[in-house]
Design a protein around this ligand. Structure first.
Ligand SMILES: NC(=O)C1=CN([C@@H]2O[C@H](COP(=O)(O)OP(=O)(O)OC[C@H]3O[C@@H](n4cnc5c(N)ncnc54)[C@H](O)[C@@H]3O)[C@@H](O)[C@H]2O)[C@@H](O)CC1
Ligand SMILES: [K+]
Length: 631
């Protein structure tokens, strides 16, 4: 029961309004907030401020106070008394208010209160669905309160806590842990929260490996050396190496102070079974950059203290030296530190300025204080396992992890020189003698590969058309069908592309399958498909898309999004009892009959494959000839 009751506890707002006027005024105003918000709050309307003892029980709650009234200045000292957590909506200074002692007494009876001082007379603060501090940018105007802020007070609800986490995407709002907090969290996770060290280490190591893979592709940064220390940070390194091996890297490990516990011996056995070389300190060259592209620093994490003892002192020096040499090299190897750059003070960072300068830091669980001093280009967060109770207890602001990813970038991505962006493709052989004689069959083969590779919308293609003015235009459309005669897509017959096609039936299609390093160009002439075929396509679409197609007079100007919504709603109602929504006349399919195909596949050193198919008449029969074009 206790837990359930906690879960549904609502954040309590104590609503005050000026001196001896009534909280009733706020009660009347509060209906301006959406019902869905008001229902989630426990609103208490307090009338007589001189009788704070008459307040309802406030114990154990985080309280938000709203003070209102144009003449009131007392919100200001409430806010100050409440400290940094307060949220301000503009106020005049005022120390002389005779109600001050009552106000402060009231504050003391609240737990960790946030004061919202809204000085706009008989109005109620506006709600905003963002994390901006309410009202600061609009002093004196109508005040706004950020909804996420309110949600953060819906304490003990796991859903709300998750939402708060997700709303904290700005890098400045990320929390940093002290060394003690990091150790405490570790204990809580592995104590009351039921995690095992093996589990956390597996997730941490996987996060490190995925962070590395996001930035440093195995095609360019293949040889990895992980230097692992005696504790859990070293264990994270061992796990990361296993994943990196499976991701296509060639990893090596230097693990000079092995721990005899089964967890660690097991990790070493796993690496041996993958034939990952385990190097001694003596095996390492003096200049690590000769043999390795990535150096994973997994020597020490948040339990490090003092000065590094041998052999780690020398190993750290090797990494420092590497960084110094990198400054003068054209292609350099990179250093990735796990959780803490080894040798740095966990809270102060690289105090003497002579330590490791990693290119990438993967903070685990939450960044430690020293991470504020990290100045490399890639800061990632990993360890997607933090439960809401930890988020709440330590008031953590962590960015949301995208999709199913195990890591998330913190802070700004590095400035990128677009001209330097290039991929060194590695693809299978693509030879004339291996390809299908008919390009449609070859297309089908590559399309199936794209589907099997799980690529998003493999049927997305760029359609380029040119009207009689000679100006080309391109857009992405979805391939709806393919047969021996060509490629079909559907659209509005009054759209811009339709006009261009009516003037000039010549068009080109481009499929690009990133991940497979492949693209296919298809060129030819376009015709409308039969009405029957268009009908079939139309009714194969989801109902919403059918209605959408009816209301969209494609490529014409719309006064605003609301117009589309309104029309959509009207049509939804109109067709609510109708089984088959009639296809509008202006909607239908086109088919491109190809007269040229080019299959392109990226290869190393820009020696890409380009096989072109064009039709030829041989003895009255149409055959496709295949030629290889220079990349
Ligand atoms: N939530 C968490 O708390 C998690 C922690 N993990 C990892 O665990 C790390 C912390 O692990 P540990 O507490 O085992 O500690 P560390 O891995 O930071 O290091 C402890 C080891 O280093 C030695 N050591 C400390 N100072 C030294 C010095 N000056 N010279 C030489 N040796 C020194 C200690 O004797 C001990 O053997 C984190 O940084 C992180 O990488 C992850 O595995 C998973 C999640
Ligand atoms: K480290």
């Amino acid at each position: 029961m206790g837990k359930e009751a906690e879960k549904v506890r609502k954040p309590r707002f104590l609503c005050l309004h000026g001196f001896r006027t009534s909280g009733e005024i706020l009660k009347k105003q509060i209906h301006k907030w959406p019902e869905s918000v008001v229902q989630k709050l426990d609103l208490v309307f307090q009338t007589d401020l001189t009788r704070p003892k008459a307040n309802p029980t406030l114990k154990g709650s985080s309280i938000l106070l709203i003070t209102s009234g144009s003449s009131s200045t007392r919100g200001q000292y409430y806010r100050r008394a409440a400290g940094a957590a307060s949220q301000r909506c503009g106020s005049n200074e005022g120390e002389t208010d005779f109600l001050k002692p009552y106000g402060l007494e009231l504050l003391e009876s609240c737990v960790d209160p946030v004061v919202i001082n809204h000085p706009k007379g008989h109005t109620i603060p506006r709600l905003e669905n963002n994390t901006r501090k309410g009202g600061e940018s609009e002093k004196g105007s109508t005040c706004a309160i950020s909804l996420p802020r309110i949600r953060s007070f819906a304490s003990n609800s796991s859903v709300e806590a998750t939402r708060v986490m997700q709303s904290m995407t700005s890098p400045v709002s990320i929390s940093y842990l002290t060394q003690r907090e990091a150790a405490e969290i570790d204990e809580i996770l592995m104590g009351p929260l039921g995690f095992s060290v093996n589990q956390l280490m597996e997730l941490a190591g996987l996060s490190v490996a995925t962070s590395i893979a996001e930035v440093y592709k195995p095609s360019e940064f293949n040889r990895v050396l992980a230097i692992c220390g005696p504790g859990n940070n070293g264990g994270d390194g061992l796990v990361a190496v296993r994943h990196l091996h499976h991701f296509g890297y060639k990893p090596f490990v230097c693990y000079p102070k092995r721990t005899a516990k089964p967890l660690y011996t097991g990790l070493v056995t796993q690496l041996e079974s993958l034939a990952v070389p385990l190097l001694t300190v003596g095996d390492l060259p003096s200049d690590l950059s000769k043999d390795f592209d990535i150096l994973v620093d997994a020597m020490f994490g948040f339990s490090f203290h003092g000065a590094p003892r041998p052999p780690f002192d020398d190993l750290i020096q090797k990494l420092v030296y590497l960084h110094e040499c990198n400054q003068t090299r054209q292609k350099s190897s990179v250093i990735v530190s796990v959780d803490i750059p080894s040798g740095w003070n966990v809270e102060e960072g690289d105090v003497a300025g002579e330590g490791i300068k990693p290119d990438m830091l993967v903070s685990l669980t939450a960044p430690k204080l020293c991470a504020k001093k990290f100045s490399g280009p890639h800061h990632f967060l990993g360890g997607r396992f933090v439960p809401p109770s930890i988020v709440e207890k330590y008031k953590l602001h962590l960015p949301p992890y995208p999709g199913t990813s195990m890591c998330v970038r913190i802070g700004k991505p590095p400035q990128i020189d677009i001209s330097a962006l290039r991929e060194n493709y590695i693809s299978p052989e693509f030879l004339e003698e291996q390809v299908e004689a008919n390009p449609i069959d070859q297309f089908r083969k590559w399309f199936d590969d794209a589907v099997a590779a799980g690529l998003k919308e493999p049927n997305a293609m760029c359609l380029s058309t040119v009207g009689q003015d000679g100006k080309p235009s391109s857009r992405m459309v979805l391939l709806k069908g393919i047969d021996k005669d060509g490629f079909v897509w559907c659209t509005n017959y009054e759209s811009r592309k339709a006009h261009q096609l009516s003037e000039n039936p010549g068009a080109s299609l481009l499929f690009y399958w990133d991940g497979l390093n492949r693209q296919v160009r298809v060129e030819g002439s376009v015709q409308k498909v039969s009405d029957k075929e268009s009908e079939q396509y139309f009714h194969s679409r989801p109902r919403g898309s059918q209605i959408g197609a009816i209301i969209s007079k494609q490529s014409t100007i719309v006064p605003g999004r609301h117009v589309l919504y309104q029309q959509f709603k009207e049509l939804e109602e109109k067709f609510s009892d109708v089984n088959l929504i009639p296809k509008p006349k202006s909607w239908g399919g086109y088919k491109l009959k190809p007269d040229l195909f080019e299959f392109w596949q990226g290869q190393q050193s820009r020696l890409h494959d380009r096989l072109q198919y064009t039709p030829q008449e041989i003895n009255g029969r149409q055959v496709w000839t295949i030629v290889r074009l220079a990349p």
